[in-house]
Design a protein around this ligand. Sequence first.
Ligand code: PLP
Length: 195
Amino acid sequence: MFSNQAITICASKYFDHHQIQELHRKGVVHFGENRAQDLLKKQEMLKNLPIIWHFIGHLQTNKVKDIINQIEYLHTLDRISLADNIQKYRFTPLKCFIQVNLTGESQKSGINPENLAQFLIEMKKYDKIEIIGLMTIGQENQLEITEKAFIKLSQLATLHGLKEKSMGMSDDYELALQHGATYLRIGRKFKELLE
Ligand SMILES: *Cc1c(COP(=O)(O)O)cnc(C)c1O
């Protein structure tokens, strides 16, 4: 779906459990939620379906214990205090992407690229965190800036020997694929698949 080079995650914040069920019937297996409460509610409604759950939103430190054993991937590791809480509550190593802010927007989460090397070193001491790659979010309605961010994310991943790149949404996923995305997070465009 959308690509055979990358895994497509349905960013399901727009969809209720009926719609998720329908998308699952159409072959979507990966779903990503942004809010802890929504994740828990939808998982409760959909517990009989073999869904692979991702968390793709900003994760508040005080929500970690509620959801951290309910997901297979976290896309938004962006600070040490979050790592500390994951280490405290998670039972088995969690696949994580480090979120990097590559558009310079101050209201956006993500670590500064200059701090990535040091952050990666610090992550080695957490045995409940498995860093599999990097994640970034483009800038809305700014395809040139977004493309630069995607190129930079690929370079950083290569530099640090990280295979996975979580980048690309409904409006920019083709650009992300051109620059080596391995996980797409697509929301609104999935509406086209629903009746
Ligand atoms: C909502 C969301 C997406 C998907 O956005 P669309 O533009 O609807 O495809 C991807 N990533 C994150 C972190 C999101 O919150």
